[in-house]
Design a binder for this molecule. Structure first.
Ligand code: EPS
Length: 358
C-alpha cells in the first residue's frame, strides 16, 4: 500500500508479507531509484529530487523482522509548494507554487475524470495523486522484492524497446530532441524479463490467480501504460498453432519461448517476458483543446513543467512491478515466516520436480 502526492511532503509505502531474516541492500534500493530518474527525456524535477528511502518500521540492523516494512521518500520539491500543498490549512500569505486553482484539465491525464469523480474544484487535487511521481515508491518496493527473489536465484530486468517509434539508442535521443524542440511528448515500449523462476508460480484455479493476469494488471496500473503483452502476445494471434507453441524437449525445457514463460497463468520454467506500451505523456507545452470547468468556456489545457518522455523510467518501474508480482507468487507458493523456511521450501520443491535452474 502506498500514499503520497507528487508535491506533498513525502511518498509513503507499507510492505507486508516479507519473511523475517531478509537483509535489505540499501545501496541497491538507491541505485534503482537513481535509475528511475536518469532517463534522457525527464524534466528538471529529477535533478531536484534525491529519492532516498528512510525506513520507519519492520527493519532492525538492516534485516527484516517479518512485520510490516514502512518506507518513506521525501519530496524535496515540496519546499517550493509548502503553502500550496500544505496538508493542514496553510497559515500566512499564499506563496510558492500551487496557490491558485487549476480549472483547465489536460486530455490524457486524470484531471477531468478525477475532478468530476471526487467533486474537486481544483484539478490539482486529482493530478497530484495520479502523477507518476508515486512510481518512486513502487520502485523502492520492487527493489525489496528483487532482493527476496535473489534468494531463490531469480533475477528481473527491464529495458527500453522503443521510444517514439525508434528502436535504438541514437534514434531514441533524436526522437526525444525533436519532440522537445517541437514542444511535444513521446511514448514507447519496454520489456521486462525474469530469469530463474521455477515452474509452478501462479495458478489457473481462478482467473484472478493467473500470474499473467496479475502481471498485466500490475503493468497496466503504471501511469500512462495503455497496452501489455506476455511473450509474443498479439503476434501469436496471427500465427498457426504449429508455430505458436513451445515444444517440450526431453529435459522439459523449451527451445523457444513464445509463451513468455507462462502457460495457463503458471510459470513453466522459461524466462517470464512481459512488454508494456506507454502513451505519449499528456502534459504538452503546446496544449490541446480543453474546457474551463469553472466558466464552461473553451480553453487550452494546463501547461506545467513535465517530461518529454519517461520510457527509460518505465523500464525501471515495470521491472519493479514484475518483481513485486513474482515475489508475491513465490510467497504464496513457498510461504514461511522466516527466510530460511521460504528458501528451504523452494529447494525442496525443486528437488521434488527435479528441476535445476540454469
Ligand atoms: C508527472 C509530471 C512531472 C513529472 C512527474 C510525473 O512532475 P513535475 O510537474 O513535478 O515535474 O516529473 O514525475 C515525477 C515527479 C517523478 O519523480 O517521476 C505527472 O504529471 O504524472
Amino acid at each position: 500500500m502506498t500514499a503520497g502526492e507528487s508535491h506533498g511532503p513525502a511518498l509513503v509505502g507499507i510492505l507486508t508479507g516479507l519473511p523475517a531474516g531478509l537483509r535489505l541492500d540499501r545501496e541497491a534500493i538507491d541505485i534503482d531509484l537513481a535509475r528511475r530518474r536518469e532517463g534522457y527525456g525527464r524534466s528538471p524535477r529529477q535533478q531536484l529530487e534525491a529519492d532516498q528511502v528512510d525506513v520507519l518500521a519492520g527493519l532492525r540492523h538492516g534485516v527484516t523482522l517479518g512485520t510490516p516494512l514502512a518506507l518513506v521518500i521525501r519530496n524535496r520539491d515540496h519546499a517550493n509548494w509548502e503553502w500550496g500543498m500544505s496538508p493542514w490549512h496553510p497559515t500566512g500569505e499564499a506563496s510558492g507554487k500551487g496557490t491558485s486553482p487549476i480549472t483547465l484539465p489536460r486530455p490524457g491525464h486524470a484531471d477531468l475524470a478525477g475532478a468530476l469523480k471526487f467533486a474537486h474544484d481544483d484539478v490539482r487535487n486529482a493530478l497530484e495523486r495520479a502523477s507518476a511521481r508515486q512510481t518512486a515508491m513502487h520502485v523502492a518496493a520492487g527493489s525489496v522484492a528483487k532482493g527476496l527473489l535473489a534468494e531463490l536465484g531469480v533475477t528481473v530486468s527491464g529495458r527500453v524497446v522503443e521510444i517514439g517509434g525508434a528502436d535504438d539508442d541514437a534514434g531514441w535521443r533524436d526522437a526525444t530532441d525533436a519532440a522537445r524542440t517541437e514542444r511535444d511528448t513521446l511514448g514507447g515500449v519496454v520489456e521486462v524479463v525474469a530469469e530463474g523462476a521455477p515452474p509452478g508460480l501462479g495458478s489457473y484455479a481462478e482467473k484472478s490467480d493467473r500470474l499473467d493476469a496479475r502481471l498485466a494488471a500490475a503493468l497496466m496500473g503504471i501511469q500512462a501504460v495503455k497496452g501489455v503483452e506476455i511473450g509474443d502476445g498479439f503476434a501469436l494471434a496471427r500465427t498457426r498453432g504449429s508455430e505458436a507453441h513451445d515444444e517440450i524437449e526431453p529435459d522439459r525445457r523449451r527451445a523457444t519461448n513464445r509463451a513468455g514463460g507462462l502457460e495457463a497463468g503458471v510459470t513453466n520454467g522459461e524466462p517470464v517476458v512481459a512488454r508494456a506500451a506507454m502513451k505519449p505523456l499528456p502534459t504538452l507545452m503546446r496544449p490541446l483543446r480543453s474546457v474551463d470547468l469553472e466558466t464552461g468556456e473553451p480553453g487550452e489545457a494546463l501547461v506545467e513543467r513535465s517530461d518529454v518522455q519517461a520510457v527509460e523510467a518505465l523500464a525501471v518501474v515495470a521491472e519493479a512491478a514484475v518483481a513485486w508480482e513474482l515475489a508475491r507468487a513465490a510467497r504464496e507458493k513457498f510461504g514461511g515466516d522466516a527466510l530460511v523456511d521460504f528458501v528451504g521450501a523452494h529447494a525442496a520443491y525443486l528437488e521434488r520436480i527435479a528441476w535445476r535452474t540454469p
